[in-house]
Design a binder for this molecule. Structure first.
Ligand code: SER
Length: 312
């Protein structure tokens, strides 16, 4: 049986680029994009698109039967900053959408699941530098609590029901083609837009706040690679640490100045500073590198070059 994919949350920051990539690999007819609303964009216009509420089990089940879906990528979620503004809905969406998909796999209606976790699973008591795969995890954000809980359920469904679920703890993701969706790491995208447009940027995090980050091309490749790996290679069924780059606002500003010498940055930390302070500064991803041969390609310099070239 060939691979037939359903992406839930296909119009979001990751979903948009992931859908394009999966369509290029598996063919337009084998990748069904879905989201809560129909936008007028490439995802909707260049292939099969369905309006789906990630909280509606029956709707998802119906689509899976209609298109004979084998693999589901569940990308719908509220991110860290947005979730703090609406904790009850964030918990409902982030948890129950996952249960729906896990239960569909348990009932053998689908074969494989990709579900994203995040660096937000870590908290202020976690070792901040080179954070290990297995360590103290006491998340203090609603988003982090939902991702940590989700990880435990993924592992449980794998161990008890044999569900083939695979997951990555994404760091902050940076892309020129899609807007970020309400996270604490969003500044690292916005800064490039404002640098080109206004020549200056006011950052909502302080200058020395180091966070784990990654260029979107690397993140999409990681997602495809973990899903294409053999089941035996995926030894961790909660979620894998994944690392690309780690930098502070001051460091990204210095890199931008090499291209735009007059660029200036100022700092006005808001509520997101506290979230950032509770997260790691850098991540040890040796398990992903050993188990399924993960390797990042982009560093701060090459990412900055690409971002500015594309946004110009
Ligand atoms: N980029 C995400 C956020 O800031 C982290 O998973 O919420």
């Amino acid at each position: 049986m060939s691979t037939k994919i359903l992406i839930i949350g296909a119009c979001g920051q990751i979903g948009t680029e992931l859908t394009q990539k999966l369509r290029s690999i598996y063919g337009n007819d084998n990748v069904i994009a879905s989201d809560i609303r129909k936008l007028n964009n490439d995802i909707v216009n260049n292939g099969i698109f369905e309006v789906v509420n990630a909280l509606d089990y029956n709707q998802i089940e119906h689509l899976i039967e209609q298109y004979q879906i084998t693999d589901v990528y569940l990308m719908a979620a509220l991110l860290s900053a947005t979730a703090e503004k609406n904790p009850a809905f964030a918990w409902d969406l982030n948890m129950n959408s996952l249960f729906h998909v896990l239960n569909l796999a348990k009932a053998k209606k689908i074969k494989k699941i990709f579900w994203p976790s995040s660096i937000a699973v870590f908290g202020p008591t976690t070792p901040r530098h080179n954070t290990p795969q297995y360590t103290i995890m006491e998340p203090t954000t609603v988003y982090g609590i939902s991702k940590q809980t989700g990880e435990r359920w993924c592992e449980y469904y794998h161990n008890i029901y044999g569900v083939d679920v695979r997951s990555i703890r994404y760091p902050g993701l940076i892309s020129w083609s899609t807007e970020p969706g309400g996270g604490t790491t969003d500044y690292a995208v916005d800064i490039y837009h404002k640098a080109l447009k206004d020549g200056k940027y006011e950052c909502f995090l302080s200058e020395d706040t180091a966070l784990p980050m990654m260029y979107m091309d690397d993140a999409i490749r990681a997602t495809v690679e973990i899903m294409q790996a053999s089941s035996e290679q995926i030894k961790i069924r909660s979620s894998y640490n994944l690392s690309g780059i780690s930098f502070t606002p001051a460091e990204i500003a210095t890199e931008i100045k090499k291209h735009i010498p007059d660029f200036t940055i100022s700092y006005k930390p808001d509520f997101r500073q506290k979230i950032a302070d509770s997260w790691p500064a850098s991540i040890d991803d040796s398990s992903a590198r050993e188990d399924w041969n993960w390797k990042h390609e982009f560093d701060l310099a090459s990412m900055t070059q690409e971002m500015l070239d594309h946004l110009k």
